[in-house]
Design a protein around this ligand. Structure first.
Ligand code: SME
Length: 157
């Protein structure tokens, strides 16, 4: 499969996810219900090792709804990839987690990761985190579409 072909396939899967997520959020505005179903849609579509949310609470990130194995429950501002994405208010794509200084290894199975902020009025209120067992799993297509998905979540906060 060529790189372009696989990018197109991935875009189509994301477009389907976006439609499903918009449909779910149109029917339900409870935060936990919404974030839980977004995690489930993404896990079902991509079979990543772990995908879910950390929520900003009292100046730290606290584990929210997710799909996957048990994870770290609290992450300080600026710590790990999640804390860095929060502090920098921007998405971070990591091709090999060992190359990211201060990466927090909730699982030794995770080799690549993407973290995307969820914002309300421009302020980070949560982060979406996805981990893969494969190196270089995430790229600009993932960043673009996960940012679109996170932009639809603003009303839950
Ligand atoms: N690896 C993350 C911690 C969260 S887990 O991957 C679910 C980090 O470095 O912030």
């Amino acid at each position: 499969m060529s790189a372009n072909h696989s990018t197109e396939l991935k875009e189509n899967v994301y477009k389907d996810c976006l439609k499903r997520i918009q449909g779910l959020l149109d029917q339900e505005n409870d935060q936990i219900a919404g974030l839980a179903n977004v995690s489930a849609v993404l896990k079902g579509a991509f079979q990543w090792w772990w995908v879910g949310f950390y929520l900003v609470k009292h100046n730290e990130l606290v584990l929210g709804p997710f799909q996957g194995p048990v994870a770290c429950t609290r992450i300080a501002h600026g710590k790990g990839i999640c804390g860095a994405a929060w502090a920098e208010n921007q998405s971070i794509v990591v091709k090999d987690v060992q190359d990211f200084p201060g990466h927090i290894a909730c699982s030794t199975e995770s080799n690549s990761e993407i973290v995307v902020p969820v914002r309300n009025n421009g302020e980070v209120v949560a982060v979406l985190d996805a981990d893969s067992q494969y190196f270089s799993c995430f790229d600009e297509t993932d960043r673009l579409f996960l940012e679109k998905i996170c932009a639809t979540l603003e009303n839950l906060f």
